[in-house]
Every structure is written in structure tokens, then in C-alpha cells.
Design a protein around this ligand. Sequence first.
Ligand code: DGL
Length: 264
Amino acid sequence: MDKENLSVGVFDSGVGGISTLSVLNQYFPNENFVFLGDSLNAPYGDKEKSKVIQLSENIVNQLLQFPVKAIVIACNTATSAAKNELCELYPYIPIIGIEPALKKAVDSGSQSILVMGTKLTLELEKFNKLLSQYSSNTAIHRLACPGLADLIEQDISDTDAIDQLLEKLLKPFLNEDIDSIVLGCTHYPFVKDRIQKLFDKEINFFTGFTGVAKQLEQQLKDKDALTNRNSRGRIEFFSSKKDNDEIQLYKNYFEFAVENIRNV
Ligand code: DGL
């Protein structure tokens, strides 16, 4: 099949990956995308690594049923737990994974950085290697946020529940001199403004969106697989819940992301 008809497959444990998808769609408006959310099994962040590997393999197998030319793991947790295994299993297709943008935050000159992520992302080797690389000159704090992805998964308009949980989670850091926050889970950009509201000063936020977009561009260029189409590509949404209401929810989150989530 020619490259104009192939799609980029994007997956996450659920709605979080839609933040990544909306930014990728800004970068590559003419590419086709197939998004698959594993909302039936969300959250991934509280599970064992082996379980996340198994779920990620299953999702990639489903994405490979479509004509895809690359796969983006729009989930920091699945990248940390399963990217190496996925690349070994499917060496013939580029697989790119989003990661917490700690380097970007350190390079920006931040002095005191808070990394918010899932329990699994923050405890796995991938993140801890990154941490030991950058923690000598910068204060880096970690905050696992159990329950946050679940709330975002259910309904971002339930702002009371989200605000209460954020306040509880962030309380120990509100009086620290935090200048930057790394949103190390793709669900969290949906509540970035609610996080900002809790701090007295302007916080610099960082995500792995640019990193993932640049890697995707490079890998598609290397394979001469970037589309030459001059018109917009199509975006298809699928969910492991196999439920039309869930697909509508994904589309609503996509609209929200297009309006509110900028590349940071
Ligand atoms: N969105 C995912 C991430 O980037 C994980 C959320 C979850 O399923 O726990 O880590």
C-alpha cells in the first residue's frame, strides 16, 4: 500500500493519548492517524510491569490489523515498561514512545522541578536512569499521582473531584520553590490549568510531545514514509471498551485538546 494510505497508529491506556494525538495532528496535519485507547484496562500506572507489557503487546497487535506505517506509544507508563519488548517483537515497524521531558526542563534552566507521573513510570529503571543523569545540579522532586488518571479517564468536567485530588497530591510541594513541572503522564495535560491554579506563581510546564513528534518525523523520513498529500488526513478512534459512548468521549476530549493543549 502506498504511504498516502497508511496511518500512524497511536495508543494509550485510555484518553490520555488523545493529548499526544492532538499535538501530533498539529505537527502532521496531512497524515492519517488511528487511535486506540485501552480504556477497558486503564489505568496502567498502578499495574505490574509484566501486565503492562502484556496489555501493550495486545494493543499493538490490534493496531497492526490496520495499515500502519509507525506506532506511537502515547503513554509514558507503557513506554517505560514495554517499549524495548515491543521494538524487539516488531522490528519491521518504527515504534516511538513518549517519555517525561526532564531533559527539556533541566536544559531550560529550571532550578527546582517537580515530575508528576504514574507510580510505575516513576519507579521503573528508564526514568531513574534519566533522574540520575540530571539530578546533580538541579533539585528534582517526584510525585506519583495514583487516582488522577482514573478521574481524568472518567470526566474532566468533574472539576471538584479533580481539584480535591490535585490539592491533596500537590500539598507537600505548594510551599517548595517549584519553578517547573514535568507532566510525565499523557492524561495530565488535560488538567494543566487546574494544577497551575494551586500555585501562587507562574509554573513552566513540560511534556514529551515535541520529542515524540521529532522522533516520528525522523523515522518516517528515514523510511521515506511521510505523506505528500496536500489535504488533511483522517483520524479514526477505537477503544477496547468497544462502546459508542466511549468513542464519543474520545472525540470530545480531542476537541478539548485541540482548543486547550498546546505543545509544551
Ligand atoms: N497516560 C498514561 C501515561 O502517560 C498512563 C495513565 C495510566 O493508565 O495510569 O503514563
